[in-house]
Design a protein around this ligand. Structure first.
Ligand code: NAD
Ligand code: UGA
Length: 459
């Protein structure tokens, strides 16, 4: 099928950047991104591209170049579905918070709503592309909804999971390791492959069956997260044996079978997907009664929770077993650098634990504002919004946030943290001045020569 118009349902961290790049590389295709969230669409349409709802290096420039030409953001969902030959579903698939599978399974209600919406309004044949991360065999459910409720038009369903990482989304989209397309109809697969083929070499476009494609996405995230939990497990052992986790990571990473990437010990992985996708994998395995498989992958999450917990436990015990009434400065709130996304950020859980111990938390993150910090803590429901507001303050300056603090906790690996005048920060802190480097980004010798009591992960 010749594709001239594409619609993407969901203007989020995936839909926005992915469609912006598709539009840039396919100037003859009209790309419309739709969403039910009016505020988000208005932000995407903001004249000032520094105010887009998502911060990603390089994104604003591409939106500026394509918006209004062949890239459009709109809340007119039905209209966009009707006119498009290809429709991407890129809505959120969070962990269920109710009913069967609560806390484990992916909540597919938003995906199902999209399928029903498409079925209801489509009056011509469509290729429907699963871009959201979905449990294996979801395409079956989408197919059933489309075929049973549609207006007798033909639907082809493709699975095209997204592998971009936040903070490097544009780079990842422009030169992906691979693009994965799962489907039954060769014609539909090639229609999508042609769109990617305008900038991705054909040998990097992998065609599989739908189920392999769906399962590969969950598997990739599980393997990536497993590496982090593996190195984090070793970091704890390092702390007891005078080994240094950075040295161990380098030594094992030079083995070409292991490779050097994704071996940074940390306060634990965050982000909207690793935990949710592994929980989903565990849930699926259990639903087939594959308990050994489920237990194996569940351990990745258990270790990650342990890592977050032991970071805050260590901070409390080092501060003479009490943080009550003490100002703890947190540098970074985002789940990783170069993003304004805070979903499942380890910072939220560490802060919550310290707040239970009556600490006063001061936060500085270059891209996250106080409203977001408060919302993240309120979402946990551990204490009232008033209490969170009283105990947690955000600052817009790294020197203010650390003034009179008993300790600094580095939660995100923002590059700018390495460039600060650490002597100035030390001078304005309470003594002894502690640093807990949850990202191993500062130089221990340098920090200690200034006078800091410095501790990092895994040494
Ligand atoms: P997101 O929450 O940022 O965006 C989803 C958007 O979908 C929201 O703006 C929401 O309003 C909209 N939406 C929900 N239901 C809708 C409906 N019925 N009609 C119209 N709009 C609707 O989510 P995201 O981070 O972009 O993730 C989307 C999917 O991509 C998820 O399945 C996720 O697992 C997967 N994924 C995410 C990443 C990532 O880095 N964030 C990477 C790869 C894959
Ligand atoms: C991850 C995957 O890397 C993407 O391929 C995938 O598409 C995406 O999930 C998804 O499905 O959502 P993302 O979560 O955006 O991307 O970012 P990552 O770079 O994977 O980082 C995730 C978390 O792991 C962050 O908190 C990061 O700080 C942490 N991390 C990463 C470590 O602690 N150590 C590392 O060595 C690498």
């Amino acid at each position: 099928m010749k594709i001239t118009k594409i619609c993407c349902i969901g203007a989020g961290y995936v839909g926005g950047p992915t469609m912006a790049v598709i539009a840039k590389k396919n100037p003859n295709i009209k790309v419309t991104i739709v969403d039910i969230n009016e505020e988000r669409i208005a932000a995407w349409n903001n004249e000032d591209v520094s105010k887009l709802p998502i911060y990603e290096p390089g994104l604003a420039e591409i939106v500026k170049e394509t918006r209004g030409k062949n890239l459009f953001f709109s809340t007119a969902i039905d209209e966009a579905i009707k006119e498009s030959e290809m429709i991407f579903i890129s809505v959120n698939t969070p962990t269920k918070t109710y009913g069967k599978g609560k806390g484990m399974a992916a909540d597919l209600k938003y995906v199902e709503l999209c399928a029903r919406n498409i079925a209801e309004v489509a009056s011509t044949d469509k290729i429907v592309v699963e871009k959201s991360t979905l449990p294996v065999r979801t395409a079956q459910a989408i197919k059933s909804i489309l075929h049973n409720t549609g207006n007798n038009v033909k639907f082809e369903i493709l699975s095209n999971p997204e592998f971009l990482a936040e903070g490097t989304a544009i780079e990842d989209l422009l030169s992906p390791d691979r693009v994965l397309i799962g489907g039954e109809s060769e014609d539909a697969i090639e229609s999508l492959a042609n769109i990617y083929g305008t900038w991705v070499p054909q040998e990097n476009i992998l065609r599989t069956n739908v189920w392999s494609s769906e399962l590969s996405k969950l598997t990739a995230n599980a393997f990536l997260a497993q590496r982090i939990s593996s190195i984090n497990a070793i970091s704890e052992l390092c702390e007891h044996t005078e080994a240094n986790v950075n040295e161990v990571a380098k030594a094992i990473g030079m083995d070409s079978r292991i490779g050097p990437k994704f071996l940074n010990a940390s306060i634990g992985f965050g982000g909207s997907c690793f935990q949710k996708d592994i929980l989903n994998l565990v849930y699926i395995a259990r639903s087939y009664n594959l308990n050994a498989v489920a237990d194996y992958w569940e351990q990745v999450i258990i270790l990650n929770d342990h890592q977050k917990r032991r970071f805050s436990d260590n901070l409390i015990s080092t501060l003479y077993n009490t943080v009550s009434g003490k100002k703890i400065a947190m540098l970074g709130w985002a789940f990783k650098k170069d993003t304004n996304d805070t979903r499942e950020s380890a910072a939220i859980y560490v802060a919550d634990h310290l707040l239970n111990e009556q600490a006063h938390i001061a936060v500085y993150d270059p891209k996250v504002n106080n409203k977001k910090v408060q919302a993240d803590l309120n979402y946990l429901n551990t204490r009232s919004a008033e209490e969170n507001n009283e105990l947690v303050t955000s600052f817009e300056d790294p020197y203010e946030v650390s003034k009179d603090a008993h300790a600094i906790a580095i939660m995100t690996e923002w590059d700018e943290f390495k460039t600060y005048d650490w002597q100035k920060i030390y001078d304005n802190m309470k003594k002894p001045a502690f640093i807990f480097d949850g990202r191993n980004i500062l130089d221990k010798d340098n920090m200690e020569s200034i006078g800091f009591e410095y501790s990092s992960i895994g040494s």
